[in-house]
Design a binder for this molecule. Structure first.
Ligand SMILES: Nc1ncnc2c1ncn2[C@@H]1O[C@H](COP(=O)(O)OP(=O)(O)O)[C@@H](O)[C@H]1O
Ligand SMILES: [Mg+2]
Length: 266
């Protein structure tokens, strides 16, 4: 089995007009094949930066990033993963089906195969009846489902998701979480998932990675013990084991060293 992501000793410093910003300090993390790992931490702790390093949209100042044993650059060129970020990022002039088909078109997949794959994906995210609609005719949750279908179009073994449900209302969000869990269980894709929500992280993940305020470091890694084959449903949300893990992550998050000058010297 090959690891999906290997991050070793990664630091990232941005040089800006007003000086240096130390976004990440010595981060090491391995995400196994088919594993679901969430990153959680205060705003500005470098979660998006870490995702962007994996996606080869930024270069580390120190350390290395590997995706399926390749450099981040090579994995990007080979399209080894699907990406879904907070904004669905759909093309408004394209229908749902045409948005989902986009990566397949770009890679020269033939029309017939494209059509059957798009039908399968639309079904998977529950949008078969909306294939001919345009994004502005859909709710936020439906748009996000289109984005997820598009990210899955080429059957990636890895999904990079940065607060994909951040803009959704609570009910839609919980439904999307269950759908994502079902889809990743079905496809066996590994996921790196950024969220602000502790229950969301616990509900979805094999492991929850807790980061400190800037410069972001990993302060704890909590194994949820919720197996890939456990149904992610209402019963899980209400189970004592779930609450226990939520409490454990919350304690780890709040126990992280706080660097705010306002709190120093108390
Ligand atoms: N391109 C950039 N140039 C300068 N600073 C940046 C850049 N991208 C991110 N940062 C800074 O790095 C820190 C981490 O940002 P980010 O990774 O977006 O945090 P998070 O996603 O955890 O909220 C922040 O202080 C942010 O302002
Ligand atoms: Mg972010």
């Amino acid at each position: 089995m090959q690891d999906a992501v290997r991050i070793e000793g990664v630091s990232k410093t941005f040089v800006t007009r007003s000086g240096q910003v130390h976004a990440l300090a010595d981060v090491s993390l391995t995400v196994g094949e088919g594993e679901f790992v969430s990153l959680i931490g205060p705003s500005g702790c470098g979660k998006s930066t870490l995702m962007r390093l994996v996606a080869d949209l930024e270069q580390p100042t120190a350390g290395t990033v590997e995706v399926f044993g390749k450099t981040a650059r090579k994995a990007r060129v080979d399209q080894d993963y699907g990406i879904a970020f907070q904004q669905a990022g759909l093309l408004p002039w394209r229908t749902v089906a045409a948005n989902i088909a986009l990566p397949l078109e770009i890679h020269g997949v033939g029309r017939r195969e494209r059509r059957s794959r798009v039908a399968e994906l639309a079904e998977m995210v529950g949008l078969s009846d909306f294939a001919d609609h345009h994004p502005d005719q859909l709710s936020g949750g439906m748009q996000q489902r289109v984005a997820i279908a598009r990210a899955l179009a080429e059957r990636p073994r890895l999904l990079l998701m940065d607060e994909p449900f951040g803009a959704l209302d609570e009910m839609t969000r919980e439904r999307m979480q269950s759908e994502l869990a079902r889809i990743t269980a079905e496809t066996g894709a590994a996921v790196v998932f950024v969220t602000h929500s502790i229950p969301e992280a616990v509900f979805l993940s094999d492991r929850v990675v807790v980061m400190s305020p800037r410069p972001g470091r990993i302060t704890s890694v909590i194994t949820t013990g919720i197996g890939r084959d456990t149904a992610r449903d209402e019963a899980l949300r209400e189970s004592p084991a779930f609450f226990e893990k939520v409490t454990e992550v919350r304690a780890a998050l709040h126990g992280a060293p706080v660097r705010s000058p306002a709190l120093e010297g108390r």
